[in-house]
Ligand binder design. Structure first.
Ligand code: SF4
Length: 339
């Protein structure tokens, strides 16, 4: 894995092989301070590591200290067009600034870097295919644009940088990050931008982010969905857990077929919901019948296998008891607690 530079964002480190952080963005209208604070608290609870907030005007800068009073995770101010908003956000307590250098003047960039340097605040250069001057830019153009902007900041003696090169096209996005990864040591914020509605976006983001993480590329992730931002966090956690990059419960469940004698679907869903915030690495298999049940149970820490309408509970592949379907969730949760 290509080790990137460590960048400090509030109390969190991005890069250098540190834990891959999950980001999301507040989606409540910027003018609704109470709504933003409420959503920020919910996102922190659901596992968000770094939270971004849009700062479209002077009035919304005031929201930064208000949010910070209520959460512990770092906050990133998302700025377009107006460098004064970036500077004021730093004064207001933002832990990182995200800019798209293409829409801020060179004098503006100079002023932002000066203040960020004084306050030790990093900048994310956020390049999006929709915001650079070429129509449908390819991966090479995206990566080159990011490298040019890195150079601009470095020439201003600013090196506290995180970079992203997002596209809504999964292939373009993956290729752009692969090019960039070979040419920079700055940590990469990865994600598929504007990936779509919940169902499509989860698929596109999982493919894109997953492929990059498997290549060892990516220091922080954002799943971008036209949906509740809590879904972005849930998906981010699932992607990291699927690749063994985050601790938690993994539920293995069979697709069920005519042989199933217990309700695998509802059992697996209930367990997944109950264990979603567990920080313990544990694998639980839920299998409908003895065809593959004992086999999967061997590879799991705990397992349920249905047989003749009854559930058998396994621990490390050995049956420890049998129980009625209605009691299975409760019993397995007790086993998880004790594990
Ligand atoms: S474990 Fe049994 S119920 Fe589940 S898919 Fe396989 S054969 Fe069907």
């Amino acid at each position: 894995m290509h080790k990137t530079k460590k960048i400090k964002v509030g109390t969190t480190i991005i890069g250098g092989g540190e834990k891959i952080s999950i980001q999301s963005m507040l989606s409540v209208p910027s003018s609704d301070f109470d709504g933003n604070i409420k959503q920020a608290i919910e996102l922190e609870k659901s596992g968000c590591d770094i939270l971004r907030v849009a700062i479209p005007n002077k009035d919304t800068v005031k929201i930064i200290p208000e949010i910070k009073k209520n959460i512990k995770i770092p906050i990133v101010a998302d700025i377009h067009f107006d460098e004064k908003l970036a500077i004021e956000s730093v004064f207001a307590g933002a832990d990182k600034i995200r800019i798209n250098p293409g829409n801020i003047s060179s004098e503006g960039i100079k002023n932002i870097t000066k203040v960020c340097r004084n306050f030790n605040i990093p900048i994310r250069i956020g390049i999006n295919s929709g915001s650079i001057k070429f129509e449908n830019p390819n991966s090479k153009i995206l990566a080159e644009n990011a490298l040019e902007n890195i150079k601009i900041l470095e020439n201003l003696d600013f090196k506290d940088i995180v970079v992203s090169v997002k596209s809504s096209c999964v292939r373009t996005c993956i290729e752009a990050y692969r090019i960039l990864n070979k040419k920079t040591e700055y940590p990469l914020h990865i994600g598929i931008t504007e990936s779509g509605t919940e169902k499509t976006g989860i698929i596109k983001s999982s493919i894109g982010i997953g492929a990059l993480l498997l290549d060892g590329i990516g220091d922080t992730i954002r799943v971008s969905l036209s949906a509740d931002p809590e879904k972005e966090i849930e998906t981010g956690i699932s992607i990291l857990k699927s690749l063994g990059l985050r601790d938690g419960a993994t539920i293995i469940s069979c697709p069920t077929c005519g042989r199933a004698t217990i309700d695998v679907v509802s059992l697996a869903e209930k367990l997944e919901k109950e264990l979603k915030n567990l920080n313990k690495n544990i694998k639980i298999a839920v299998m409908g019948c003895p065809v593959n049940g004992p086999g999967e149970a061997k590879g799991a820490d705990l397992a349920i296998t249905g047989a003749n309408g009854i559930g058998f509970i396994f621990k490390k592949g050995i049956i420890i008891r049998k129980t009625q379907q209605e009691k299975l969730v409760e019993e397995i949760l007790n086993e998880v607690k004790a594990y």
